[in-house]
Design a binder for this molecule. Structure first.
Ligand SMILES: NC(=O)c1ccc[n+]([C@@H]2O[C@H](COP(=O)([O-])OP(=O)(O)OC[C@H]3O[C@@H](n4cnc5c(N)ncnc54)[C@H](OP(=O)(O)O)[C@@H]3O)[C@@H](O)[C@H]2O)c1
Length: 255
């Protein structure tokens, strides 16, 4: 793990067209690392590829197994096994009682938030195992530990991420590969704004920006090691000012 702190790492990130993934791209590149990234929205992926030509951006839907397989082969051909794989991509449901959640919304949620992570694990982990090194980071949430009414689909997927990360960590430990769950905290991203526009209790401006978060999150992620494997680590990204504002505000009781 010392190697990753001082040298350039190769980092795979899913879901980089906005929010936390987008901010991590800027921060990892600024720190001198190379990123291999994906998301579904073509214009944003094209813009990222032009902005960072020494890195790699592909249009991939993580829910489509064969596309993830092709993407993993492309990454390994260009750079060998990555040092870090960040399963960041996810969607959130509209607030609704479980019995009112449309079938399509539930299946999209399961296919992206759980199936997408499994697809990435299926096609990237063999490269890490072969090299007997590497770290998989699966983004969970406080909602991987607690519950929120009318958010059953999203909560269920984040609980699932915790379970599958713990199992994966046990399976990978003898092979020298690390699997960690990550609770990023509550950050002012499009996902948070989508949730909050349906919940008048608080406003997104009370929470750190993705750029503030990434300043703390990138070094934190680069330092994850075998001692973290199987655990859900929490990123504390709040600047003192934000912390005071956050404490003074009725805190969102979830995420
Ligand atoms: N923000 C928070 O406060 C918070 C709190 C707890 C946990 N989290 C977790 O942190 C992660 C990032 O959240 P965020 O707030 O940054 O979300 P966000 O703003 O909605 O961004 C999500 C990213 O995922 C991509 N994505 C969605 N579905 C995809 C798919 N099928 N294939 C590939 N990419 C896909 C989106 O791009 P395209 O639409 O272009 O594909 C987008 O770039 C998520 O796992 C989320 O559950 C966030």
């Amino acid at each position: 793990m010392e190697r990753r702190k001082s040298q350039s790492s190769t980092i795979v990130i899913t879901g980089v067209t906005r929010g936390l993934g987008r901010a991590l791209v800027d921060e990892f590149v600024r720190l001198g690392h190379t990123v291999f990234c994906c998301a579904r929205t073509r214009p944003e992926i094209k813009e990222l590829a032009q902005r960072y030509p020494d890195n790699d951006f592909q249009v991939v839907d993580v829910a489509v197994d064969k596309d993830v397989q092709a993407w993993a082969a492309h990454v390994s051909e260009r750079h060998g096994a990555p040092d870090l794989v960040l399963n960041n991509a996810a969607i959130i449901n509209d607030r609704a009682f479980l019995w009112e959640v449309p079938d399509r919304e539930l299946s999209d949620m399961l296919n992206i938030n759980v199936g997408g992570v499994c697809n990435v694990v299926r096609h990237f982990v063999p490269y890490l195992v072969r090299r007997r090194r590497g770290v998989i980071v699966n983004f969970s949430s406080r909602w991987g530990q607690f519950i929120e009414e009318r958010m059953a689909p999203y909560c269920a997927t984040k609980w699932a991420i915790v379970a599958l990360t713990r199992i994966l960590a046990a399976e990978l430990k003898p092979k020298g590969v690390v699997a960690v769950g990550l609770n990023p905290g509550v950050i002012n991203t499009p996902m948070l704004r989508k949730y909050l526009c349906q919940n008048a209790a608080t406003t997104a401006g009370n929470y750190p920006s993705p750029e503030e978060w990434a300043r703390s999150a990138a070094p934190f992620i680069l330092n994850l090691s075998m001692k973290d494997s199987g655990r859900v680590r929490r990123i504390l990204a709040l600047s003192p000012m934000r912390s005071v504002r956050r404490l003074a505000t009725h805190s969102i009781k979830n995420s």
